[in-house]
Design a protein around this ligand. Structure first.
Ligand SMILES: [Zn+2]
Length: 242
């Protein structure tokens, strides 16, 4: 069986048979990979604890006929240590893993940018140096942008007319001018729009200076935008306190 190595974040796991698990990974070089880890649910397993969600691992895999097998796993960064014990970080991190899983839909299609974005996001989240909901919103906007769904916060998403505009509609791709606006569009505060742009750009001084009501409004719009682009909403997002 040909062997290969890769670096990965564990997105989720499920049980297989008596003692095995199927591990869904976002890898650096091979995109999203589902692989079997044999015997990891036994207490004697050498690497079971390294293959839990949030773990950043270096893996050796052997190519299988349908699913590959994980033959070695070394911890690179134990992100779960800084995330698992804190409700806000844990719920935000769970949404990040689920979003990465859904946005990198094709297996084995390399998505280096999504991988780097997720590793960077989990690193900041586990350090606790920024508020979990802000790390989450910034991650969601950027991962949507990398997936080709960059929202427009200045020009009209329909006709391209330069803003600032007043109307926001997730299903039409962002801000709309007075001519293109459709019923049911939101009209966020100008400060919220500036905040959304800052979250997308990673402009943290602007994010940190924002007022709570604008942060809440921005989170609501990010959630609506994500829900629209993922067809089915994310169940994990319901647990994030806004
Ligand atoms: Zn327009």
């Amino acid at each position: 069986m040909p062997l290969y190595r890769d670096e990965a974040i564990v997105l989720r796991t499920h049980k297989l048979g008596e003692a095995d698990r199927i591990i869904t990974l976002l890898t650096r070089q091979h995109g999203r990979v589902r692989a079997v880890a044999r015997g990891v649910r036994r207490t004697t397993s050498r690497f079971g604890s390294r293959l839990e969600p949030f773990m950043h691992v270096d893996l050796q895999l052997s190519e299988g006929r349908s699913l590959d097998h994980i033959t070695q796993a070394e911890t690179l960064t134990p992100f779960h240590a800084g995330i698992g014990g804190d409700y806000d970080r844990y719920t935000a991190g769970t949404v990040m893993l689920e979003t990465a899983d859904r946005l990198v839909a094709e297996e084995r299609e390399p998505s280096l940018q999504q991988f780097l974005l997720l590793v960077g996001g989990l690193r900041v989240l586990s350090s606790g140096e920024r508020r979990a909901s802000q790390v989450l919103d910034s991650y969601l906007l950027r991962s949507l942008a990398v997936a080709g769904y960059a929202p427009s916060f200045d020009g009209c998403a329909r006709c391209g007319l330069m803003g600032p505009h007043r109307w926001f509609n997730p299903s039409l791709g962002g801000m709309l001018c007075a001519t293109c606006r459709v019923p049911g569009s939101a009209s966020p505060a100008p400060e919220t729009l500036a905040l959304l742009g800052a979250l997308l750009a990673g402009d943290w001084p602007v994010v940190e200076a924002a007022e709570p009501r604008h942060l809440r409004e921005a989170s609501g719009l990010v959630s609506a935008y994500l829900a629209w682009h993922l067809e089915r909403g994310l169940r994990s997002l319901e647990y994030v306190e806004r």
